[in-house]
Design a protein around this ligand. Structure first.
Ligand code: 0O2
Length: 210
């Protein structure tokens, strides 16, 4: 019998530590009044029911989960602009507290579903009472528009058990295209948006000082 709690504890720790570190990057940018490439960060350990379902679907034996299921621990970074995704990826690669094992660019090569996101598989060392343990973590970096689409599509996949009706699938394709256009347009007015955000930030700072 698998003791899930014991097995998943270091994964929980890795997710919590990475969330803190990524939020730390965001806070540092905010303190220097520079545009932060990180809007917000979320993370989760895959629920046991999803682990079992994916293991069955992908024919992964339970004794190989830790190596073959790379998203047991998942951390997600949301960005305002597509250009921010590269900045975050570079920040991640420059770090010395973990390594990048693999990168999958579903932005240059979007999935057939319309899914776009930048994935990195990290090898993250967790300190346990039995010594250091290397944990694989899937880091997904995406814009707010990519996240909106993926969240909606994910719930529809769940609702229809992966068999979304054709008509809804077509609408999702259109929505994916609209999300792509939104990202393009926002990138074009990026300078304007950032200037406005800086002005608002300075105003808030002034009000705090008074
Ligand atoms: P969760 O926890 O429900 O999000 P596969 O799972 O077969 O697609 P693989 O090799 O496991 O592929 O890795 P991949 O594609 O790099 O990353 C899988 C994760 O990316 C998924 O996790 C989703 O979070 C996200 N993802 C990939 N494709 C899609 C998609 O078409 N739509 C949406 N909404 N998300 C996608 P899981 O396993 O679904 O788990």
């Amino acid at each position: 019998m698998m003791d899930w709690d014991v097995m998943l504890t270091p994964y929980r720790q890795a997710v919590e530590e990475l969330k803190i570190k990524l939020k730390g990057i965001r806070d540092q940018y905010q303190l220097t009044s520079r545009h932060t490439p990180i809007e917000f960060v979320t993370g989760r350990v895959k629920p046991v029911s999803s682990i079992l379902e994916k293991a069955k679907r992908k024919n992964i034996p339970l004794n190989r989960l830790e190596t073959d299921m790379q998203d047991l621990a998942g951390v997600r970074v949301m960005c305002q602009f597509v250009g921010d995704i590269d900045t975050v990826a570079e920040l991640i690669k420059a770090r010395t507290d973990f390594t990048v094992e693999e990168e999958r660019d579903y932005i240059k090569h979007k999935k057939r579903s319309g899914y776009r996101s930048y994935h990195m598989i990290l090898k993250y060392p967790v300190q346990t009472i039995d010594g250091e343990k290397q944990i694989l973590v899937e880091l997904q970096i995406r814009t707010l528009a990519m996240n909106f689409w993926a969240t909606i599509e994910h719930s529809l996949q769940y609702k229809y058990s992966g068999m979304i009706p054709d008509e809804i699938e077509k609408r999702l394709e259109k929505a994916a295209e609209a999300a792509f256009q939104l990202d393009e347009e926002m990138s074009k007015i990026r300078g304007e948006v950032q200037e406005a955000q800086q002005i608002m930030l300075r105003k808030q700072e002034d009000a705090r000082r008074k």
